[in-house]
Design a protein around this ligand. Structure first.
Ligand SMILES: Nc1nc2c(ncn2[C@@H]2O[C@H](COP(=O)(O)OP(=O)(O)OP(=O)(O)O)[C@@H](O)[C@H]2O)c(=O)[nH]1
Ligand SMILES: [Mg+2]
Length: 376
């Protein structure tokens, strides 16, 4: 980014972003302004995308040292401001050394660790501290957030002594980079066409969007022909997310660290934050709760294999991610050619009515099912 040309485009993009953000802050949110706000939001989303994927710059990789190999059954990333205790957490949870210090920006690259929990191998990534404005290219934030996008779960680590406003700031940074936390993809049908104009339908009452607003948001993207179906009460942001594509939906846990420094009364208040686990990384307090919550939020599915005539092996499950748990997915996880030899499978457990039940490759398995493969 050192060439003058690049920097000046970046500055002008940042200036435009600030201008729109200011205008949005000044605009009262109501029915009369919804249309205008929708337009501003679409403009903002477009500028942000330009900022993170510079023209001709190849989209910008994660940068040296940031990209560590994905190993294990799931990847969990620690994101937070400097000195909140991310490295202490990695060291004490995974037994991996990551430099800990009282000064800020101790960790300068990704430090991986791995834990085994309920038979699953979970990769933990200690990431460098990020600062406000990270998504707009400040500090190492962009690389950090790019790695966060590859995680199956994000732990936002917060210092309980710092204001809860820090939580908002970090969420804002991640959101600006296309990460959606603890959220389902919007229930919007969207299909571009060659002609016929904008065909707008809503299957339920809409508090923010109407046909005109949808039309002008799409016009911002030079889309004049499309089918749009809103199947839940959607916001302009939801529609923009669908049009932009490239959004990732990741579960998130707020880890409130350093509870050794607060009172029991303060702890009671903190427990009310949704999706949170209070801990002390330094004293290893409440790690059991944290691990259990990590497990819950990852939604992993354990499948035990039973070789013919033997008992199932309950110590080494095959672990599948939620949504990828068909018998075919199971076979693929073991070996890429296994499915070619597959005839049928016998399954015991909650996914079947009879124990065992003969199933084909499309059968969807559930957590703790037992499977026996029968080859051709
Ligand atoms: N009191 C208290 N201090 C802690 C706790 N966990 C970490 N610390 C201290 O907080 C400081 C920062 O810890 P680190 O683990 O280096 O923080 P970090 O988030 O990795 O910081 P960066 O790498 O700079 O982003 C160190 O002095 C730690 O000893 C805790 O549970 N309680
Ligand atoms: Mg660190």
């Amino acid at each position: 980014d050192c060439s003058f040309g690049r920097n000046s485009t970046k500055m002008s993009l940042l200036a435009k972003i600030a201008e729109i953000e200011n205008e949005m802050a000044r605009t009262q949110k109501n029915k009369a302004t919804a249309h205008h706000l929708g337009l501003l939001k679409a403009r903002l989303a477009k500028l942000r995308r330009e900022l993170i994927t510079p023209k001709g710059g190849g989209g910008g990789g994660t940068g040296e040292g940031f990209d560590v190999a994905k190993t294990g059954d799931a990847r969990v990333g620690f994101v937070g401001f400097p000195s909140v205790g991310k490295s202490t957490l990695l060291s004490n949870l995974a037994g991996v050394y990551s430099e800990v210090a009282a000064y800020e920006f101790t960790t300068l690259t990704t430090v991986p660790g791995v834990i085994r929990y309920k038979g699953a191998k979970i990769q933990l990534l200690d990431l460098p501290g990020i600062i406000e404005g990270a998504k707009d290219g400040k500090g190492r934030g962009r690389q950090v957030i790019a790695v966060a996008r590859t995680c199956n779960l994000i732990l936002i680590v917060l210092d309980v002594l710092k204001p809860l406003g820090h939580k908002k700031l970090i969420e804002h940074e991640l959101e600006g980079f296309g990460i959606r936390l603890n959220k389902q993809p919007p229930n919007i049908g969207f299909k571009k066409k060659d002609k016929g104009g904008i065909n707008f339908t809503a299957t339920c009452a809409q508090s923010e969007l109407d046909g005109d607003t949808v039309k002008s948001i799409l016009a911002e993207y030079k889309i004049h022909n499309a089918d749009v179906t809103l199947r839940s009460d959607c916001t302009a942001d939801d529609l923009i997310d669908v049009v932009e594509g490239n959004r990732v939906y990741i579960p998130c846990i707020y880890v409130l660290n350093k509870i050794d420094q607060i009172s029991i009364e303060e702890l009671d208040i903190i427990y009310k934050v949704p999706h949170c686990v209070p801990i002390s990384a330094h004293h290893r307090w409440n790690f059991d709760d944290l691990l259990e919550k990590i497990w819950d939020y990852l939604h992993l599915v354990r499948i035990y294999t039973k070789p013919k005539g033997q008992l199932p092996d309950y110590t080494a499950p095959v672990v599948l991610p939620d949504g990828w748990t068909s018998v075919e997915d199971f076979c693929l996880k073991i070996h890429k050619n296994l499915i070619k030899e597959f005839k049928y499978a016998l399954v015991w457990g909650s996914s079947v009515k009879h124990n065992p039940q003969k199933v084909g490759k499309d059968h969807v398995l559930e957590d703790e099912d037992v499977i026996q493969l029968v080859k051709k």
